[in-house]
Design a protein around this ligand. Structure first.
Ligand SMILES: NC(=O)c1ccc[n+]([C@@H]2O[C@H](COP(=O)([O-])OP(=O)(O)OC[C@H]3O[C@@H](n4cnc5c(N)ncnc54)[C@H](O)[C@@H]3O)[C@@H](O)[C@H]2O)c1
Length: 363
């Protein structure tokens, strides 16, 4: 198969779809890999290294898309890239179609086949291609949240850390899956008092056996419990996810009015449309805005801040699926592997994933 890797062009996005090691694995089994010139340069993956692993280097994104059967990317294509999409091309990447319904419609109309990392499943019901980036985003959420609590960042001017005789600061984590669990661990390591809010009692029980009961509360998610948690918090991290669907809005605008000024809210779920009603997507260039005196951090590509780590972690997870798609061809790979099939979001202008369909039918 001919596999293409264009340069990522989303704001401050320096990750790349394939590392030189992944290219070596694919070319060793007879596949052709086309890399856009300088696509990995800013994280130290040079064209020379790709050439040494038998990739071909092409000058432009157009050249890469035109000559490829499957494109392996990181982030969803942005509107400038839609002109390259066509019906006999497969995209294997994060798609987050429910996060941007208006543009999603235009992408679907190109007829491209879209297999989304975030809806590929595993036997235990987990999301193996979402997990590595959620692991990174969950840890970063605690750090960026703490940083924006600094007074000059418009935060409350409090430190989440260890001080004798001073009560710990409070961190709420709403949605305690892969990302949320990482945020909880970082908050506890930094001596915060943590409120864990999730809609699954089973999830709360299993977290209790992992984190114990010291400096941590486990709370079943509903409007009242969320309001009570956020009213007490210095930092609120929202990391809910319902497979493929637009994120549920767990914090409404109205709920902000009883929070204390300078509280920081990090909306990790912003790539699925955001779990706070007041959220809107931001970029690494300007990551926050203040609404109702609350600092909102809503960067849709948080792992883009650590592109080398994130590219390596992503490739470890994706490479076996890329090999399967390339070796068997798209149709056979999808028909023989139900977990890859769960990743299929769009084909021939139609939405093929029920969760995505449910969310997009609203537009
Ligand atoms: N912004 C970024 O750069 C970035 C990076 C990576 C992941 N993400 C996003 O982070 C989100 C979380 O990903 P994950 O892998 O941790 O998902 P996950 O499936 O592991 O966890 C989601 C959790 O949300 C809980 N949940 C669902 N509905 C809820 C509700 N109404 N109230 C409380 N809890 C609820 C679930 O029970 C589950 O525990 C996803 O939307 C993912 O796309 C964003």
């Amino acid at each position: 198969m001919i596999i293409g890797v264009p340069t990522e062009i989303k704001n401050n996005e320096k990750r790349i779809g394939l590392t030189p090691d992944s290219v070596a694995r694919l070319t060793a089994i007879g596949h052709e890999v086309l890399i856009q010139k300088n696509a990995g340069e800013s994280i130290g993956f040079t064209d020379e290294e790709y050439l040494a692993n038998k990739a071909k280097i092409l000058d432009t994104a157009e050249d890469v898309y035109k000559s490829s059967e499957m494109i392996v990317k990181v982030k969803e294509p942005i509107p400038e890239e839609y002109k390259y999409l066509r019906d006999n091309l497969t995209l294997f990447t994060y798609l987050h179609l429910a996060g941007d319904p208006e543009n999603a419609k235009k992408m679907i109309d190109t007829g491209v086949t879209g297999i989304a990392y975030e809806t590929v499943t595993a036997d235990d019901g987990s999301m193996p291609l979402l997990a590595p980036m959620s692991t990174i985003a969950g840890q970063l959420a605690f750090f960026v949240g703490s940083y924006h609590l600094l007074k000059h960042n418009k935060g409350k001017g409090v430190m989440i850390g260890k001080l004798e005789d001073i009560d710990p600061r409070v961190v709420s984590v709403i949605g305690a899956g892969v990302a949320g669990t990482q945020s909880i661990a970082k908050a506890l390591e930094n001596h915060a008092h943590v409120k864990v809010v999730d809609s699954s009692q089973q999830k709360l029980e299993s977290l209790k056996s992992q984190f114990g009961t010291n400096n941590i509360e486990y709370i079943l998610s509903n409007e009242e419990s969320i309001q009570a948690s956020i009213n007490d918090s210095d930092l609120v991290i929202g990391s809910v996810y319902v497979v493929g669907k637009e994120a549920p809005r767990v914090v409404t605008r109205e709920m902000l009015t009883s929070m204390s000024p300078g509280t920081v809210m990090v909306d990790v779920s912003i790539d699925q449309g955001g779990c706070f009603e007041s959220s809107r997507p931001t970029t690494h260039d300007k990551p926050t805005f203040v609404e109702n005196d609350i600092v909102h951090y809503c960067v849709t590509n948080m792992p883009g801040a650590v592109p080398l780590t994130a590219t390596e972690a992503l490739n470890k997870a994706t490479i076996s699926y890329i090999e399967e798609l390339a070796n068997k061809g798209i149709d056979r790979a999808l028909s023989e592997n139900k977990h890859l099939k769960n990743g299929l979001n769009i084909q021939d202008g139609n939405i093929t994933h029920q969760g995505v369909k449910d969310s997009l039918e609203k537009i």
